[in-house]
Design a protein around this ligand. Structure first.
Ligand code: C5P
Length: 240
């Protein structure tokens, strides 16, 4: 995998105009863009089609969670848009995960299905309130194993979870890690942030970065700096 492909820019902007501006400003420094609920709800599928048509890869982060038939249909629609990656909630259960991965693998574009385990906004006491036995980490590992067994290509996980997931589940799946900041950069509202080096060392395959790039005076330079830090970390892991 090329280093540039490991960086995913979170297009957390309100509309297509802002999205176009930022993608243009980043230029060649990044190739993959995460479109989430804000931008997709505002602009619909055309924003995905436009990005794909411009040669970029799209990670459609809509976190599908519904009955298997409905999720499979949504996955087929996403595949038709040409997305490369998409998310589902692992807590939708085995049947939902399997129909999602089957729908993806039967489509011509075969997007990678990534499972979200436990939202990082939830704490141990939130899980208790929901009637879920065990703590966040045990639930992450449980849902991670479920998603992998159902054929998901990867998981979305914090760096801390990535380390535990790699230990428990091995190397044969992708981990997408948000909450990444260059050394010395502002954390924003992220409670815990890691540097690209720490994320790669923890076992992350792809790194999602939003505000440090979107809000930088020179987004291309900010993206390139993170790509360089990823490259150095990968080199270090390889020689390691
Ligand atoms: O701006 P920032 O780099 O914090 O953006 C991170 C992106 O990753 C946002 O789109 C955010 O919604 C997403 N994300 C996250 N933490 C998770 C899952 C997704 O920050 N646990």
């Amino acid at each position: 995998m090329k280093v540039k492909d490991r960086l995913i820019v979170a297009l957390d902007v309100p509309g297509a105009t802002e999205a176009r501006q930022i993608v243009q400003a980043i230029g060649e420094a990044a190739a993959t863009y995460k479109i989430g609920k804000q931008l997709f709800t505002a602009e619909g599928p055309q924003v995905v089609r436009d990005l794909v048509a411009s040669g970029r890869k799209v990670f459609l982060d809509l976190k599908y969670h519904d009955i298997p038939n409905t999720v499979a249909g949504a996955v087929r629609s996403a595949a038709e848009l040409g997305v490369s990656m998409l998310t589902v909630h692992a807590s939708g259960g085995s049947k939902m995960l399997k129909t999602a991965t089957e729908a993806a693998s039967q489509s011509p574009s075969k997007p990678m299905v990534l499972a979200v385990t436990v939202l990082t906004s939830l704490s141990d006491s939130d899980l208790q309130e929901l009637g879920i036995a065990g703590n966040v980490l045990s639930q992450v590992l449980r849902l991670g194993a479920l998603a992998r067994a159902a054929g998901c290509g990867g998981l979305v996980a914090s760096a801390q979870e990535a380390r535990e997931l790699r230990k428990a589940l091995g190397e044969e799946f992708a981990i997408v890690t948000p909450g990444v900041r260059s050394a010395g950069a502002a954390a924003g509202d992220q409670a815990r942030v890691v540097t690209p080096k720490e994320a790669i060392a923890a076992g992350a395959t792809y790194l999602v970065v939003g505000r440090p790039i979107l809000e930088a005076p020179d987004p291309a330079k900010a993206a390139q700096q993170i790509a360089d830090e990823i490259a150095a970390a990968c080199q270090q892991e390889a020689t390691g």
